[in-house]
Design a protein around this ligand. Structure first.
Ligand SMILES: NC(=O)c1ccc[n+]([C@@H]2O[C@H](COP(=O)([O-])OP(=O)(O)OC[C@H]3O[C@@H](n4cnc5c(N)ncnc54)[C@H](OP(=O)(O)O)[C@@H]3O)[C@@H](O)[C@H]2O)c1
Length: 326
């Protein structure tokens, strides 16, 4: 698979989001099976793996650390800090430097590594100035505990302030045909600052693959059970988008998932999506997107059609959206 640059960090052009293996999309999957899936991703050229201490909490890092141990020198591991995980459930944000310094030790231990390749602040903490967080990252880089750092769902002004103290390699935020807000201010700023972009939920949490419709039900352990966009009436309203993606897929002899990912990849050469899956055939399908090229004409026509479609339903429940740095 071809490589892309996130700042000075080189990774495969498509990464693997590992969250759903332990968290967010129903009960945790079998660890042995997920280990085989991660190894299959490596066999197919994936060198970029995404996890976070809050996924589980902790169990996803343990799974990823164990699975990647034999391949340590061939892969880039990204993880995230920033939630208060004292209790059994994350209760709030905590990016105080003293907390970060404890969190990094836990992640290093669970991932069985001596240095984290890419360490993101998972959510901006309104109680801690970003300069203090960037200062803590600078210390961790000097100590060799992390190699690069990034922010997730951060505003452009926060990114600029952070980047001045300690340059960022990447920003991770939601981006897909269903959520195009990053195009307004975020992507131009990242281009200017030479910071890479890692879109999460590039498949619209599965919706863009066409495998979800108004009759799909979600278990209470599946985050989508509380996401407005996944309410039956919104799933129904958003089928227009699926129809458009399916039409393009048929023209390009590809699948809907592949078109969703090829569209993200075509936006900028410094964008690296991290689709998540727990199934080998879907992993293979998703990686096939790296070989699909949308010409500038195809992209222009597709974007024109996309701009006519209004997406129904919020991407997050209100209390989650409140945590997003604006
Ligand atoms: N920074 C953040 O705040 C943040 C937030 C969310 C996610 N993330 C990261 O981003 C990664 C990806 O995001 P995501 O998992 O939320 O969303 P996603 O990649 O858009 O979609 C994942 C969903 O799509 C399904 N899927 C995957 N490939 C498919 C295919 N070819 N056909 C049909 N269904 C398919 C998966 O089901 P199966 O697993 O059953 O295949 C899963 O339900 C996560 O793993 C995580 O590492 C970060």
């Amino acid at each position: 698979m071809r490589k892309r640059q996130l700042g000075n960090l080189e990774v495969s052009s498509i990464g693997l989001g590992c969250m759903g293996m332990s968290f967010g999309y129903g009960p945790a999957s079998d660890a042995k099976e997920m280990t085989r899936l991660i190894h299959s991703a490596i066999d197919r050229g994936v060198t970029f793996f995404d996890t976070a201490e809050v996924y589980g909490p902790f169990t996803n890092e343990e799974l990823v650390g164990e699975a990647l141990q034999p391949f340590r020198n061939k892969v880039v591991i990204a993880t995230k800090f920033g939630f208060d995980l004292q209790g059994t459930r994350p209760t709030g944000l905590d990016s105080r430097p003293e907390h970060i310094k404890e969190a990094v030790e836990g992640s290093l231990k669970r991932l069985k590594i001596e240095s984290i390749d890419l360490y993101y602040q998972h959510r901006v903490d309104p109680d801690v100035p970003i300069e203090e967080v960037a200062g803590a990252m600078q210390d961790l880089i000097r100590e060799g505990k992390i190699k690069h750092w990034g922010l997730s769902e951060a505003s452009v002004s926060t990114i600029r302030r952070a980047h001045k103290v300690q340059p960022l390699a990447a920003v991770q935020s939601e981006y897909s045909m269903m959520w195009r807000q990053p195009e307004e201010n975020l992507l131009p700023a990242l281009e200017e600052l030479n910071i890479g972009f890692v879109p999460f939920s590039p498949l619209g949490k599965g919706f863009l693959t066409g495998s979800v419709d108004q009759n799909t039900t979600f278990d209470s352990s599946d985050f989508r059970s509380i996401v407005p966009r996944f309410k039956p009436e919104n799933l129904k309203a958003n089928q227009t988008l699926i129809e458009l993606v399916q039409q393009i897929a048929a023209n390009k002899k590809a699948t809907s998932a592949q078109i969703a990912l090829a569209w993200v990849l075509a936006q900028k050469p410094w964008i690296v999506p991290i689709p998540g899956t727990r199934k080998l055939e879907r992993l293979e399908e998703n990686l096939g997107a790296a070989d699909i090229e949308l010409t500038s004409e195809e992209l222009r026509d597709l974007n024109k059609e996309l701009s006519k479609i209004e997406i129904a339903g919020e991407r997050y429940p209100a209390e989650h959206e409140k945590k997003i740095d604006k």
